[in-house]
Write a protein that binds this ligand. Structure first.
Ligand SMILES: Cc1cc2nc3c(=O)[nH]c(=O)nc-3n(C[C@H](O)[C@H](O)[C@H](O)COP(=O)(O)OP(=O)(O)OC[C@H]3O[C@@H](n4cnc5c(N)ncnc54)[C@H](O)[C@@H]3O)c2cc1C
Length: 397
């Protein structure tokens, strides 16, 4: 028997749950194939302070913050170490599984229905309704949201869009490190990863637990086990990771690109399904914070007027693009430049961080969510740097 629902969100990850908790005017059903929301987590769990503010999360009520991050140590390919930040709180290390469940619990308290362990297998349009066939029954809805990640069935069915580039990320939660808990570590080196950087994020206040990882272009140039081995044994990481014990392994893919169309009649996309990711850092939570706020406003209006046409939903695409498109395009461009650089280039450009005046600007204007905002202050102070700026900005974030 087919059941009717007002609004169906496919995917109970960060995007689906952030949106579900903001919907006011409808019966929402979230369909999630996992039995337990957020498990396993495919995320390093570093989120900017601003992301959580944008999500209107009351931190006193939350249970997912593991640690507070104030700055970063940047490791050059040859082992030089540069320190940036340190003056103010920039980001949090979060338990991503708990974070997703926290958002879902708020949504449930506000009336959202969750069907767990149910996979959407097929989606089709029948007149002005969308039919969703799942492993737990068949539903008909006025509107369907694809919050279903990189392999989104909603995108693949209704949208002719694929990511421009895919990254493969692999990492682990480890015990036995001895690091300053206020600083993340970022490692560059083309033999470690030709396409990106590696990271180490302290996840407790003692500084003896961390999440480590790296990204490479997908498909990976080495087997995942080998990538992990290289991460632990690279000349610049080895000393810090020598004594660690691996608690669990984290892996996943990150879709990069700007999607030209994220809405049609009766359907829209959000989160990884819409490639709403910062290409320079691979971060998806900040874009989700922006997009889910806008999406909920547009959907609340659509539900009130009972009009789910592309014409009405287009406001969502326009408004999230205004907030995120520039950084996505800038990030893709920085990545292209970065791929053409060798270790010597990286070494040379990172050495600018020896200069106090540059570090001062980076600390003042550096924004984990908006790396492009560094360009103007740096070029104002150093007009001759215009030609090399993209490379520098790409390295800092
Ligand atoms: C290794 C790695 C590290 C990362 N680190 C960070 C970080 O530190 N900070 C940051 O901001 N971002 C990070 N990201 C990116 C971030 O994890 C993603 O951008 C974010 O998870 C996207 O959320 P989402 O809800 O759009 O998609 P997902 O988290 O993928 O959620 C989609 C949900 O939909 C469900 N689903 C899919 N298909 C179906 C179906 N057919 N039927 C029912 N359910 C379905 C899935 O089970 C899943 O629960 C990282 C990513 C990776 C891979």
């Amino acid at each position: 028997m087919r059941e009717y629902r007002n609004l169906i969100i496919i995917g109970g990850g960060a995007a689906g749950n952030s949106l579900a908790r903001r919907i006011e005017n409808g019966e929402i059903t979230v369909i999630e194939r996992k039995e337990i929301i957020g498990e396993p987590a495919e995320c390093a769990g570093l989120v900017s302070k601003k992301s959580l503010e944008l999500m209107d999360i009351d931190l006193d009520e939350s249970n997912f913050i593991q640690n507070r991050i104030y700055g970063a140590y940047i490791h050059s390919p040859k082992g030089e170490i540069y320190q940036i930040g340190g003056d103010r709180l920039h980001a949090y290390a979060i338990d991503r599984g708990r974070f997703d469940r926290f958002l879902a619990d708020v949504a449930k308290r506000r009336g959202a229905e969750y069907i767990l362990g149910a996979e959407a297998k097929e989606i089709s349009r029948e007149d002005n309704k969308i039919v969703v066939r799942t492993t737990s029954g068949e539903f008909e809805a006025d509107i369907v949201v694809g919050a279903d990640g990189i392999e989104s069935i909603v995108r693949k069915t209704f949208f002719d869009e694929e990511p421009e580039e895919i990254l493969f990320g692999i990492g682990a939660e480890v015990e036995g490190v001895e690091i300053d808990p206020r600083y993340v570590h970022v490692f560059f080196g083309k033999r470690l990863t030709p396409d990106f950087f590696a990271w180490m994020i302290p996840i407790n206040e003692k500084g003896d637990k961390a999440r480590i990882g790296l990204c490479v272009a997908h498909p990976p140039d080495r087997p995942p086990k080998r990538l992990l081995h290289d991460l632990l044994n690279y000349p610049t990481t080895k000393a810090l990771l020598e004594k660690v014990e691996i608690i669990n392994v984290i892996a996943g893919r990150i879709p990069l690109g700007y999607i030209r169309k994220s809405v049609i009649d009766n359907a829209l996309l959000i989160g990884d399904s819409a490639f709403q990711i910062k290409p320079v850092s691979g971060g998806g939570i900040y874009p989700i914070a922006e997009a889910s706020r806008i999406c909920a406003e547009v959907l609340n209006k659509a539900l009130e007027r009972r009009n789910f046409s592309e014409k009405v939903l287009r406001e969502y695409h326009i408004r999230w693009s205004e907030r995120l498109k520039r950084e996505i395009l800038f990030g893709l461009w920085v990545r292209k430049k970065y791929r053409n650089m060798g270790d010597e280039d990286i070494e040379r450009f990172l050495s600018y961080l020896k200069r106090d005046d540059i570090v001062e600007i980076v600390n003042k204007y550096g924004d984990i969510d908006h790396p492009s905002r560094l360009i103007l202050p740096l070029t104002k102070k150093f007009p001759t740097m215009i030609s090399i700026l993209p490379k520098i900005v790409g390295l800092f974030f």
